[in-house]
Design a protein around this ligand. Structure first.
Ligand SMILES: [Zn+2]
Length: 203
């Protein structure tokens, strides 16, 4: 069996088997590994054969994926789920598509829909020194949690948390904001732009 999938640079595909072990990944691994914080120092051959859960470490995102995989294996078709995969210099808007394959395999496709350049956000730069403080970032929309109830676009959150004035940046930890959970679970209508989802309450 071929273990690599050749594909355009804007689409990243991997497949897992019935035990959630990664059985193949597309060739453009490094581009996506960085953005997903999966560790671009890993070579594709280090990734194939490992459990998906080695790469999705926060519990809320794990729970979301587990639920999506369970539904897909149960025969439900999932709609494309919007998510963000930002780099320090770019906002990247992607879609996640989860598809059942024969033999209980699942194919997970991440497709870059569009990107927007922005002023470099040093908080997102892995090489910037970090303090022991933690801030939570939603693993799907990349909003930051600014209070127990509130999540904001990173530029807004930096002002809110006074991080533009900080000498040293906090560490990022990942979680899931309530809006993304609801969208992924199909409890909200698909949103075309992240802003639409923030502005509208559940309808
Ligand atoms: Zn979110």
């Amino acid at each position: 069996m071929r273990r690599r999938i050749q594909i355009s640079k804007d689409i990243f595909i991997y497949r897992i088997d019935s035990t959630d072990t990664i059985v193949s990944i597309s060739d453009n691994w490094c581009t996506f590994a960085d953005a997903n914080a999966w560790g671009s120092s890993l070579r594709p051959e280090d990734v194939v054969g490992r459990k998906l859960w080695d790469f999705i470490q926060d519990l809320e995102t794990q729970h979301l994926y587990q639920e999506l995989l369970r539904r897909t294996r149960g025969g439900m078709n999932s709609r494309p789920i919007p998510f963000r995969c930002d780099s320090p210099k770019e906002r990247r808007y992607l879609e996640l598509l989860i598809k059942a394959l024969p033999n209980e395999q699942i194919e997970i496709t991440s497709k870059i829909c569009r990107t927007e350049p922005r002023k470099t956000i040093s908080l997102l730069d892995a090489t910037t020194p970090k303090s022991s403080d933690l801030v939570t970032v939603c693993s799907m929309c990349k909003k930051m949690q600014v209070s127990p109830e509130k999540w904001a676009e990173i530029e807004v959150a930096l002002v809110h948390l006074k991080l533009f004035e900080a000498d040293i940046m906090p560490q990022l930890t990942h979680g899931l904001c309530p809006t993304c959970y609801q969208v992924a679970m199909g409890e909200l209508d698909d949103f075309e732009t992240p802003n639409k989802a923030i502005d509208s309450d559940k309808e």
